[in-house]
Design a protein around this ligand. Structure first.
Ligand code: TYM
Length: 336
């Protein structure tokens, strides 16, 4: 069963600065979906989730602000999309508890992201284990039926589907108490970081959206490549720089770059990884130039006040939906 109007719901953790993986995996879609679902696109900054890793209040506040700033600079329109802080809607944590009571331990033990953390020797808190339940509550509290996320989050959305089903099986299928969410995976593959692993705030392998000039070139220079000497043919299919160039280049540009790689030359001159990296740095800089300019404007005192106002209004709208959902759930379970 789906809700009467499709509702887009997604979130991002303010656990670091937003990177190219977040943009191509999720945010680009979020902005586009405000055109197709005006009034029904809900995006939040998942600060409750970030508490599983960020322990410094000033750092958390700075990342929350920077996330809102980035969305607005990239074109989020508060008239069509609702942007809010997760923790401004505390109903979400109450729903998480209700969902936890119908969720088996086995479901959570199968979570890839949790297993990855264990494999990386991170001692898990209960919060980290519980993370997918809170994420399901985010989606279900706001009656989310479409969840645009990168491929790494698909399993979590499937878990939210399971939790909605279990809750409805326990407390009412017809009409359903909770609506079934469908993932909307990004077309872009998982974006690799400098070291070829998934680009992630926790691996220090990110390329940021608004870096430019020398610092950007320096960072791009750190992308790991093999040691093919300048002027020799380069491996196009497996190159990390190419994987990132694919995000910015059209087919014709990629075909040209493929010939430079195959020949180890461009316009008769030797072509190596350094040249490919320069191309990438230029692409990143150009692509985000308009957003960088909007970001500067928002960094004034008036801009800061506007961001705070957007988040406050967003929370009011989101809370109206979440409190109606919670009232439905509480009634269904027999709570007053
Ligand atoms: P987070 O903050 O890790 O990432 C935000 C979004 O960016 C996508 N993403 C990527 N996509 C492609 N390649 C990458 N390297 C890459 N890195 C990140 C993620 O898939 C995500 O869509 N648990 C979520 C936040 C969250 C949420 C939710 C999302 C909390 N509640 C409810 C959707 C619905 C997270 O940690 O995303």
């Amino acid at each position: 069963m789906t809700s009467p109007t499709p509702r887009v719901v997604s979130g991002i953790q303010p656990s670091g600065t937003i990177h190219l993986g977040n943009y191509f995996g999720a945010i680009r879609q979020h902005i586009a979906l405000q055109d197709t679902h005006p009034g029904d696109a809900f995006y939040f900054i998942a600060d409750y989730h970030a508490l599983t890793t960020v322990r410094d209040p000033a750092v958390l506040r700075a990342h929350v602000f920077d996330s809102a700033l980035t969305y607005l600079a990239l074109g989020l329109d508060p008239a069509r999309a609702t942007l809010f802080r997760q923790s401004d809607v505390p109903e979400v944590t109450e729903l998480a508890w209700l969902l936890a009571t119908v969720t088996g331990m086995g479901l959570l033990e199968r979570a890839h992201s949790y297993k990855d953390k264990l494999a990386n020797n991170i001692t898990p808190s209960v919060g980290l284990f519980f993370y997918p339940v809170l994420m399901a509550a985010d989606i279900l509290a706001h009656d989310g039926t479409l969840v645009p996320v990168g491929k790494d989050q698909l399993q979590h959305v499937e878990m939210a589907q399971d939790m909605a089903t279990h809750f409805n099986e326990a407390y009412g299928r017809d009409p359903p108490v909770l609506y079934r969410p469908e993932p909307l995976p990004a077309k872009a593959a998982v974006v690799p970081g400098l070291d070829g692993r998934k680009m992630s705030k926790s691996y220090d392998n990110s390329l940021l959206l608004f870096e430019s000039g020398k610092p950007l070139r320096k960072r791009v220079g750190q992308i790991v490549t093999d040691s093919t000497p300048l002027g020799e043919p380069l491996p196009f299919a497996t190159c990390n720089v190419v994987a990132l160039l694919r995000l910015f280049c059209d087919d014709a540009e990629l075909a040209a770059i493929e010939t430079y790689y195959r020949d180890g030359r461009r316009d008769g001159a030797p072509f190596g990884y350094g040249h490919a990296k320069l191309l990438l740095a230029e692409k990143i800089e150009q692509h985000f130039a308009p957003a960088r300019a909007r970001r500067e404007q928002l960094l004034t005192p008036a801009g800061r006040a506007e961001i705070e106002a957007v988040l406050t209004r967003g929370a009011q709208r989101a809370r109206a939906v979440a409190s109606a959902t919670l009232a439905r759930c509480r009634r269904a379970c027999g709570l007053r």
